[in-house]
Design a protein around this ligand. Structure first.
Ligand code: 0WD
Length: 268
């Protein structure tokens, strides 16, 4: 087992389809102990289900829009695991629905942009600060989830593309800031996966189909493929890796023009 005796805090479980669910499953399978968090009472039941499935030690409230909740959450983590933790998983993204449907220039508002950046990007820095002392005790690491829409245009991803670009920059700044304490910080850039968050993006189903056609592996990735990569990045096997964005997308990001796209040229 890769993670026997290791301890992780996992955020972002919203359903069995959540990427965070698969990450928790992979960490548990590899022998780790878990603390799971939920953003509000509505979500608690779902996270309780995960806690039962993976034998989690604790389930704690942690709405990352609130500094007070983040502080209280990590105070409770520190009380439970006094001598530190091995990692924190940030699997959280949010933008108001009307930001994710339509022409970018038209639909991107000041308020929507602020919310998307606060919950999807800044919150990673806030979690890093709150967990820093605990991570330093065990040379732990932080992991977040990002998407291709940060570096190239995906229809309707809109303000989330901005927020994910900011999140990816924070991975590099956090890695530099905390590397001296032995804390590593990485992100997985996952290919599209059908989850609750993804269903909020207009035309997501069509994106999945196109993605499977363009990616070198000619299919979409699964939650567990992301979960397994997460387990690796959070493990001592990845002790030399920090500040990185690791793609788990079937190779989609490596292709500019696929055979499928080339055939568009035949239409003229
Ligand atoms: O195709 C996909 N599904 C991809 C997702 C491709 C690449 C990256 N990602 C990212 C997402 O952007 C996100 O950062 O992976 C991360 C996890 O997303 P997911 O597993 O796709 O989506 P979901 O199962 O909906 O989990 C995201 C959760 C929330 O779900 P809802 O559905 O309730 O918005 O983020 C959590 C919540 O559990 N969340 C919060 N947690 C704490 N505080 C907050 C908050 N304020 N807001 C949302």
């Amino acid at each position: 087992m890769l993670l026997q005796g290791k301890r992780f805090v996992v955020t972002g479980i919203a359903s069995k389809l959540s990427i965070a669910w698969a990450i928790a499953e992979a960490l548990h399978r590899e022998g780790a102990s878990l603390i799971l968090t939920y953003p509000n009472d509505k979500m608690k039941k779902r996270v309780d289900m995960a806690a039962e499935a993976f034998g989690a030690d604790l389930v704690l409230p942690c709405d990352v829009g609130s500094d007070a909740e983040i502080d209280a959450c990590f105070a409770a983590v520190a009380e439970h695991w006094e001598d530190g933790i091995d990692g924190v998983v940030h699997a959280i993204g949010f933008a108001p629905a009307d930001e994710l449907n339509g022409d970018f220039t038209q639909v991107t508002s000041r308020e929507g942009s602020a919310i998307a950046h606060d919950i999807s990007a800044y919150s990673f820095v806030a979690l890093a600060r709150a967990s820093r002392a605990l991570l330093a005790k065990r040379q732990g690491s932080l992991l977040t989830l990002t998407y291709q829409g940060s570096i190239s245009v995906i229809p309707n991803y809109n303000v989330m593309g901005m927020a994910k670009a900011s999140l990816e920059a924070s991975v590099r700044y956090l890695a530099a800031s905390m590397g001296g304490e032995g804390i590593r910080v990485n992100a997985i850039s996952a290919g599209p996966i059908r989850t609750l968050a993804a269903s909020g993006i207009k035309s997501f189903r069509r994106m999945l189909d196109v993605n499977a056609k363009i990616a070198p592996l000619q299919r979409n990735v699964t939650q567990m493929e992301v979960g397994n990569t997460a387990a690796f990045l959070l493990s001592p096997w990845a002790s030399g890796i920090t500040g990185e964005i690791v793609f788990v997308d079937g190779g989609f990001n490596t292709v500019a023009i696929s055979e499928q796209l080339l055939s568009l040229g035949d239409e003229e």
